[in-house]
Ligand binder design. Structure first.
Ligand code: NAD
Length: 344
């Protein structure tokens, strides 16, 4: 029988890609979000606008569903996360408490929760040349931000619900997911998208100076979206009930990332380092347990992923500069905001 799945946060970057992936796996998919996908029509069989901080809205969202992929969150890049601790903890705690409780009430069998590398303690991430993080390194806990603390408590929520009730929970800790169709301006964008945007502007307008927060020597690993959705699906099919890293283990500095994107764009840039939130000094994913648990790990190279992402963002910048409205956004003015069937 066809599995009926719910993807929360389906109007967002990863949720939108996940909906498409699950459709390709033959699932019937309901998407829920407070907003429509911004850049492309959803392929969900049923897409609903709902605020999942509300328990009644969660009940409606999970009705008739077999499996849940819980991705909804009030989130953004470092600029947003480091400036909105109370709002983030409040909103995300409500979303996750109500979503999993609705899942329990409705007898949902499997529940995926999107956690983050932000759960890892600051004291393990003070050097750029950081030791890659293993899952057990999350404790003793000292996440950097309200965002990370909430992720950690929601991980525990999943663990306790699985222990106390008849629900199988799966938890992935994403490490910097990037790709096309993600937020690329407006303040919630993450570093790969922000750098692609700045470099696209530099190329088109001709001002080659790119601003980078901090000295650019801070390090991260970056996971391409196709790997992320595949990893989510593989984890959901697996028996692995404990939190699992889902990321790349290739560490690069932010300066290197900027140079790679500039190379793809074929433009010479000058990096201007300015004060700004940088997060932890270094962060990498140890994928030993991922390989063990899933017999798989992310395989799209950073170069391949950035080429796809840059090409898409350059197009968005060109559209913005020419004053053209994205035709998909124009389409998304639904007269009935409760449900919109895809027109593709
Ligand atoms: P996103 O912001 O693009 O998607 C999150 C979606 O949740 C948004 O569309 C938003 O509108 C929706 N949402 C927010 N509040 C809601 C509410 N009250 N009710 C219903 N929907 C609501 O972010 P994303 O990058 O797609 O992230 C998806 C998940 O993965 C999030 O839980 C995020 O914390 C987690 N994550 C992402 C990354 C990453 O690098 N992108 C890294 C670690 C963890």
């Amino acid at each position: 029988m066809q599995t009926r799945v719910l993807v929360t946060g389906a109007g967002g970057f990863i949720g939108h890609h996940l909906v498409n992936f699950l459709k390709r796996q033959g699932c019937w998919v309901r998407g829920v979000d407070v907003k429509w996908p911004e850049f492309m029509l959803t392929q969900a069989d049923d897409f609903r606008i709902a605020d999942l901080r509300d328990s009644a809205a969660c009940d409606e969202a999970v009705r008739g569903i077999d499996h849940i992929y819980a991705l909804a969150a009030d989130m953004g890049g470092m600029g947003f996360i480091s400036a909105n601790h109370a709002q983030i903890l409040h909103n995300n705690a409500l979303i996750n408490l109500h979503t999993i409780e609705a899942a329990r009430r409705h007898g949902i069998k499997r529940y995926f929760y999107a956690s983050s590398a932000c759960v890892y303690p600051e004291y393990r991430q003070v050097e750029a040349d950081v030791t890659a993080l293993k899952e057990e390194h999350a404790y003793p806990a000292q996440p950097q931000d309200g965002y990370g603390w909430e992720k950690l408590i929601s991980e525990r929520l999943c663990e306790y619900y699985m222990g106390d009730y008849e629900i199988q929970t799966r938890v992935a800790r994403f490490h910097n997911v990037f790709g096309p169709l993600g937020t690329w301006d407006g303040g919630r964008e993450k570093v790969p998208a922000a750098l692609c945007r700045k470099i696209a502007y530099a190329k088109i307008i001709g001002n080659r100076e790119i601003e980078i927060w901090g000295d650019g020597q801070q390090t991260r690993s970056f996971c391409y979206i196709d790997d992320c959705v595949e990893g989510i699906y593989r984890l959901m099919q697996s028996d692995h009930g404990e939190p699992l890293n889902l990321g790349s283990d290739r560490l690069v500095t932010i300066n290197q990332l900027a140079d790679m994107i500039a190379g793809i764009a074929n433009v010479d840039i000058t990096k201007k380092h300015i004060p700004g939130p940088q997060g932890v000094r270094g962060r990498n994913s140890d994928n030993s347990r991922l390989r063990e648990a899933l017999g798989w790990e992310p395989c799209v190279s950073l170069e391949q992923g950035l080429a796809q992402t840059y090409a898409w963002i350059e197009k968005q910048v060109q559209q913005q500069l020419s004053g053209r409205v994205n035709p998909v956004i124009k389409t998304f003015q639904p007269s009935n905001p409760v449900r919109l069937r895809p027109a593709i």
